[in-house]
Design a protein around this ligand. Structure first.
Ligand SMILES: Cc1ncc(COP(=O)(O)O)c(C=O)c1O
Length: 361
């Protein structure tokens, strides 16, 4: 049948988002998935109880404004409720931001490689993505990003800790960069992994917002809080931007269960601290063990590690797959490995240790 329709121009070069390509992994069965930066632990115990209770309410729509969670987050960050917008994952909130601020002919600037969803979400908004390569040490090239900002730029996305390299933008450089941006640009600071930056000195959300009017901070309950399957995240920013961002929200986008689990997660600071300590200790052990095998690993502040192996990314992913471990190959750049179960690390290290070093260099 002849189907006639007009696809939006910016979508033509874009693929629908999908989980890690199996091409690199071949057809091996996956026992351990270290490709999506999920937590290898269940949600915090306090949040689990409320998830069960929420099952009895599934015939009802959730609160369309997720007011209780919005207020809880605002209290947590010492902001006002009109400075917070909650949505279905921070990717969902980023989509709202881009739809609210950009359209055809506009540009969105971000570092590359970066979070796979950025190009897709930018294309959905109708805008064009401008990629600025990371530095050789896997960091944002803030001068390069500043130079890429022009009259058409509506949004700059910064990611700290950065996916996929785990590097952070330090506080002074961030302030200097934001200070130097022209007024017509909104910066989205994606902090999906900020909770894992223990011992670091990330600027607090209110501090960034008060110092720079046009900055929106993006956070999620998917990573440190272990609620990726429930889809809940938020943006904190100036009230004027937040009120625009709310207009592009999918009605009822945050379920009642997600809202309640997120509220309880915010109340579970001690449980969270314990788990962050375990994840960051496992990250350091994994880093040391990979280095012992002679592999290059960047110091990471997130729940994953990055191996800058531009020409061996796929072959490393294939070797990992022979042990049932799925990792994320970024061909031409490197490999990202999420911190997982001790057993997953053992399987991975055994497989990599058994391969000839010449495979990677
Ligand atoms: C940098 C970054 N931002 C945002 C997200 C999206 O998280 P979610 O939509 O689950 O909140 C991810 C997920 O991998 C990510 O890596």
């Amino acid at each position: 049948m002849n189907v006639r329709f007009a696809e939006r121009g910016t979508l033509r070069e874009v693929n629908a988002y999908r989980a890690t390509e199996s091409a690199a992994a071949g057809r091996s069965p996956v026992t351990f998935d270290l490709s999506s930066n999920e937590l290898a632990l269940p949600p915090l115990p306090t949040a689990l109880a409320v998830i069960e209770e929420g099952l009895t309410r599934l015939a009802r729509y959730p609160d369309p404004t997720a007011r209780a969670l919005t207020e809880e987050i605002a209290g947590h960050l010492r902001l006002r409720a009109d400075e917070v917008a909650v949505g279905p994952g921070s990717a969902g909130v980023l989509q709202q931001i881009l739809l609210a601020l950009c359209g055809e002919g506009d540009e969105v600037v971000y570092a590359w490689p970066g979070f796979d969803a950025y190009p897709l979400l930018v294309a959905i908004s109708g805008a064009t993505g401008v990629h600025v390569p990371l530095t050789s040490s896997g960091e944002h090239d803030l001068d390069g990003i500043r130079a890429a900002v022009g009259a058409r730029t509506r949004v700059v996305i910064l990611c700290s800790p950065h996916n996929p390299t785990g590097t952070v933008i330090d506080r002074d450089r961030l302030h200097r960069f934001l200070h130097a941006l022209p007024d017509h640009v909104v910066t989205v600071l994606d902090e999906a992994y900020v909770e894992f930056d223990r011992g670091g000195d990330p600027p607090g959300t209110p501090e960034v917002m008060r110092a720079h009017g046009n900055t929106v901070v993006l956070r999620t309950f998917s990573k440190a809080y272990g609620l990726a399957g429930l889809r809940v995240g938020y943006a904190a920013g100036p009230r004027q931007v937040i009120s625009t961002v709310r207009k592009t929200a999918l009605p009822f986008g945050v379920t009642h269960i997600a809202e309640q689990a997120a509220i309880l997660s915010l109340h579970s600071a001690a449980e969270l601290r314990e788990r962050l300590a375990a994840v960051t200790a496992a990250r350091e052990e994994l880093t040391a063990a990979l280095r012992q095998l002679g592999l290059p690993v960047l110091p990471s502040r997130a729940n994953f590690v990055w191996l800058p192996l531009p020409s061996a990314a796929e072959s490393l992913a294939r070797t990992a797959a022979t042990a049932g471990v799925r990792v994320r190959a970024c061909p031409g750049y490197g490999v990202r490995i999420s911190v997982g179960e001790a057993e997953a690390h053992r399987a991975l290290l055994t497989a990599l240790g058994g391969a000839a070093r010449g495979n990677w260099f």
